[in-house]
Design a protein around this ligand. Structure first.
Ligand code: SF4
Ligand code: SF4
Length: 279
């Protein structure tokens, strides 16, 4: 048995859309039956790139989350399909049979991730196949993974302890995109966007000059982090849990230390933090 899948590192995704374009190039007007029917010209995004904006002016952030079919182990698309039109292979890949699925529009709305698309012309539900037709011919990776210039997409067998994907999954804390759907997706994520806290440190007695190298600490919820303000006096803590209380500490020799209470109900910009010189 195997569990072929993708591990997607959101922190490495630049939103370049190469994966989407490679997918279009592979499937548009190309019929790979019985794996998949040809993709139409418009309206199908087997690899979607979700743009997530966080924070706001003057410290906004944008993250890009690549979202293919998750090849769920408890897939509602399989449950709703008549006549075995959607099925899971022994290697974990979930496929839609283009013959059996004809006319079964209910398959589209069964997917909580909204990654199945309806082909009006051929009356077919369609989605990512992890390039199963290529893998079966001996290719090592799906087209999207080959096309990614940043290494954000890692493909392999989660059950093979020697594979890169299994090693990464064992050494890093992987996450599920929308765990509340409870469908056991095989596709795993690293670095899904969470909350951030940012601020800018300045010294009262040197106005107009950035306070570089100031020690900034963050404590709370079992977490203890430390950073230094950069050349603009800016500091940042990212990847923080939502709705959590933290203490931000500011320490600079010759200045009064500060402790600021912060809650991550939203992303937090502490703005300008003014250090008062010790008398
Ligand atoms: S992500 Fe959607 S289409 Fe893919 S296996 Fe899960 S339920 Fe089915
Ligand atoms: S090719 Fe890679 S970096 Fe570009 S959008 Fe896709 S996953 Fe992100």
């Amino acid at each position: 048995m195997a569990r072929l899948s993708l591990l997607i590192d959101v922190t490495k995704c630049s939103g370049c859309y190469n994966c989407f374009l490679a997918c279009r190039d592979e499937y548009y007007d190309n019929d790979y039956s019985p794996y998949s029917a040809a993709q139409p010209l418009d309206g199908q995004f087997w690899m979607q790139i979700k743009e997530v904006e966080r924070g706001g002016y003057p410290k906004p952030k944008v993250d890009y989350i690549p979202v293919p079919c998750m090849h769920c182990e408890q897939a509602p698309c399989i449950d709703v399909a008549a006549d075995g039109a959607v099925y899971r292979r022994e290697d974990g890949i979930v496929l839609i049979d283009p013959e059996k699925a004809k006319g079964q529009k209910a398959i589209v709305s069964a997917c909580p991730y909204r990654v199945i698309f309806w082909n009006e012309e051929s009356q077919l539900p369609q989605k990512c196949t992890l390039c199963a037709h290529r893998l079966d011919e001996g290719d090592k990776q799906p087209r999207c993974v080959e096309a990614c210039p940043t290494g954000a997409l890692v493909f392999g067998d989660l059950d093979d302890p020697d594979s890169e994907i299994a090693r990464l999954a064992a050494s890093r804390k992987t996450e599920t995109y929308h765990p509340e759907y409870e469908v056991s997706p095989l596709v795993k994520y690293l670095g899904l966007p969470k909350r951030f806290i940012v601020g800018e440190v300045v010294r009262r007695d040197v106005p107009g000059e950035c306070a570089e190298g100031v020690k900034v600490t963050l404590e709370g919820s079992g977490l203890k982090l430390e950073t230094r303000s950069d050349g603009y006096g800016d500091f940042e803590f990212d990847g923080l849990e939502k709705n959590t209380d933290f203490l931000v500490g500011i320490e600079c020799e010759g200045y009064a230390s500060m402790i600021i209470e912060v809650s991550t109900q939203t992303d937090v910009d502490l703005g300008e933090i003014i250090l008062e010189p010790l008398k």
